[in-house]
Ligand binder design. Structure first.
Ligand code: TEU
Length: 549
């Protein structure tokens, strides 16, 4: 069985990774060219975000054809070569399956719109209560009402995301069969990992107005969700013990995740949850500026760590992905302690209980784009909210300030390979601007520097392989209320690990309940440590990993 507890996953957003043909868009051959770089880092899996045929309204999360490759990314031969070349380097691929919705260009939806009843039932069409009023007041995750009117039927279809992403009707067994066929097809190509996009939204409950929220309580972790996941598991990936799976769980609960990612293996191997990344939101509202709440961050991460452990369920652990701002800009300090804080943040995540995910460029300490002109933004969610914020009365300047912090484009700027033109990403015109700081934040420079963030991530990954306590140990939060220190203990069969991290730029002393001299320091972002007895003097953003057997 694939030991996903000892594994680390590297996420590639192909559009922004490496362009092999100079058209300004990253592609599959570009990924093949960089496999040695990824191998050097030491990861086990590459999660590839969608590169299937798509009109690219949501950069591939709007799938037109699940069985073919978008020519902008390459060909089926390229996928096969990528898989072979990765395998040679001991790396496996994880493909991204978007099954909550399709693109409106998908032939199923086209047939539905043409009036074919079989395919109309693949989607969620409903009448409104009266003319001009949609079936419910639910909000789309990308802004606006979640229903689109189709005059021909005098009905609306549901789209929890963009209007071009109609939701599939999972209550229809034929939809579930079609989805199974897609997975079987990719299993047939030897793919050993799958990520399921917003998969906890597939079982919709009552179609009622939500007067307290945006509707999510009616479609999140819905009534048949566990049944549908078990069925999918049994019919497809569950037949191959080598396959690992991860479900993206939007606004989920821990109780549901105990089942989604239980070690009994009946549903998925692990889950992404996002509560710890809403600590700079106001409730569920992302389009505001509030400082991040460190106490909340710790509380959420520790609650999940401890409880998922108790219930024998497994987390994916992560700070970054293609929907999140860059973590060093978000929780670190780019101006003064860029390197120290990037390494500290990596330490906090990689020593936790769970499978760590690294998003391309995180291992270099890449930072937010900070775009200041709307023409630089490409993301559908950002473009919608730029308009919506101003409709709500905010000034253009305020709207920019919010986008600069929260836009998904912050993480979608091209990978910074070197200090040359376009950071070495393309010889053409990049589809989205390259961050100017590629002059000093880039892979070439970091590969040459022993003290770089890249080499630190390499050590974090190696540490997980070397010490069973990281992969299999229990987690005990330490000094939970401390205003600046993030500390925890791991324990497994007599092995102990202490992870002590200063989350801020001020020096701080930290007192342990243990004699620290008995431990050996196995990793830190500083060379010298100040430890005496049970006390440690932490420098700005210092992280230390101590070990004892
Ligand atoms: O993301 C789901 C998701 O919940 C986020 O898009 C989130 O709603 C948004 O960032 C809130 O601000 C997945 C994919 O990761 C994302 O890229 C897709 O756009 C989305 O699903 C639709 O497929």
């Amino acid at each position: 069985m694939a030991d996903f507890k000892k594994s680390v996953v590297y996420q590639i957003y192909p559009k922004s990774f490496n362009d092999s043909n100079g058209d300004g868009l990253g592609d599959l051959r570009g990924v093949i060219e960089k496999l040695d770089y990824i191998k050097e880092l030491g990861v086990d899996y590459i999660w590839m975000t969608p590169f299937f045929v798509s009109p690219q309204k949501d950069n591939g999360y709007d799938v037109e054809d699940y069985y073919n490759i978008d020519p902008r990314y390459g060909t089926m031969e390229d996928v096969e070569e990528l898989s072979r070349e990765a395998e040679k380097r001991g790396i496996r691929l994880m493909f991204d399956m978007v099954f909550n919705h399709t693109s409106d260009r998908n032939q199923w939806f086209q047939k539905a719109l043409a009036g074919d009843p079989k395919y109309k039932d693949f989607y969620i069409f409903k009448k409104g209560p009266k003319p001009g009023v949609p079936p419910t007041n639910w909000e789309s995750k990308f802004g606006g009402n979640a229903w689109e009117y189709v005059e021909k039927f005098d009905e609306y279809y549901l789209h929890l995301f963009d209007v071009s992403q109609p939701d599939l009707n999972w209550d229809n067994p034929e939809v579930r069969k079609e989805v199974q066929n897609v997975i079987k097809f990719w299993m047939g190509k030897g793919i050993k990992g799958f990520r399921f996009d917003v998969v906890n939204l597939i079982s919709k409950d009552k179609f009622e107005n939500d007067y307290e929220g945006d509707g999510r309580r009616f479609y999140t972790d819905g009534p048949n969700i566990h049944k549908y996941l078990r069925e999918l598991n049994e019919a497809t990936f569950g037949t191959d013990a080598e396959i690992i799976t991860v479900g993206e769980m939007s606004s989920t609960t821990m109780e549901n995740c105990y089942q989604y990612a239980n070690e009994d293996g009946k549903e998925l191997s692990m889950v992404f949850s996002f509560h710890h990344l809403k600590v700079d939101f106001m409730g569920n509202e992302k389009w505001v500026i509030v400082p991040f709440d460190f106490q909340k961050l710790k509380k959420i991460l520790f609650d999940w760590q401890v409880n998922m452990g108790k219930h024998h369920a497994w987390n994916a652990v992560f700070w970054c992905n293609h929907d999140q701002p860059r973590v060093v800009s978000r929780f670190g300090n780019v101006e003064k302690y860029w390197k120290e804080s990037a390494k500290m943040l990596g330490t906090v995540i990689h020593c936790l209980r769970g499978t760590p995910y690294i998003y391309q460029g995180e291992e270099l300490g890449m930072t937010n784009a900070g775009f200041a002109d709307i023409s630089q933004y490409k993301d559908v969610e950002s473009l919608n909210h730029f308009r919506i914020l101003q409709e709500k009365g905010l000034t253009e300047e305020n709207a920019y300030q919010i986008l600069q912090i929260h836009s998904r484009d912050n993480s979608r700027t091209p990978m910074q390979w070197n200090s040359g033109e376009n950071g070495g990403f393309t010889t053409g015109e990049p589809w989205i601007e390259v961050n100017k700081n590629c002059s000093y934040i880039n892979a070439e420079a970091e590969l040459q520097d022993e003290d770089s963030i890249f080499h630190y991530y390499q050590k974090l990954i190696a540490l997980r392989k070397e010490y069973d306590v990281i992969a299999y140990g229990e987690v005990k939060p330490l000094d939970e209320k401390n205003p600046s220190v993030f500390a925890y203990e791991r324990e497994y069969q007599g092995e102990k690990m202490l992870v002590i991290c200063n989350f801020y730029g001020k020096k701080v002393t930290w007192d342990s309940e243990k004699e620290l001299g008995e431990y050996q320091c196995v990793l830190s972002n500083y060379e010298v440590h100040n430890i005496e007895g049970s006390r440690i003097w932490l420098k700005p953003y210092e992280a230390v990993v101590l070990y004892k057997k």
